[in-house]
Unconditional design. Sequence first.
Length: 117
Amino acid sequence: MSTAWEGLLTMCAKFPTPAAQAAAAEKLKQYQDALKQERVKLYAEQEAARKKLLDERAALLKDARAKSAEEVAAGKQRIAGEMLAARRDVETSIPQLASEIASRILQSPASPLREVR
């Protein structure tokens, strides 16, 4: 009978005791908590990296918009200067053009409508 008793003891030794089960459950809980904490830490690091990239992108966009606005303002100023110069050229040539128009009208032969009566 000693062999049967030994077999029963061996079989019972394979099953964990309630204390061993509780210890295993506690270790599993500790592992899951540690895993959860690491996930939270990882997500926080990812969020910080994402925010940093978004901030850098926003700064680049702001700089590009400012540069574009400066270029547009410079272009507007250049065009305004060119328009003013063109207006001055036209205004200074008005008397000459008026004189040429008047002399051509006065020098031209009578129109066919004036001759027919």
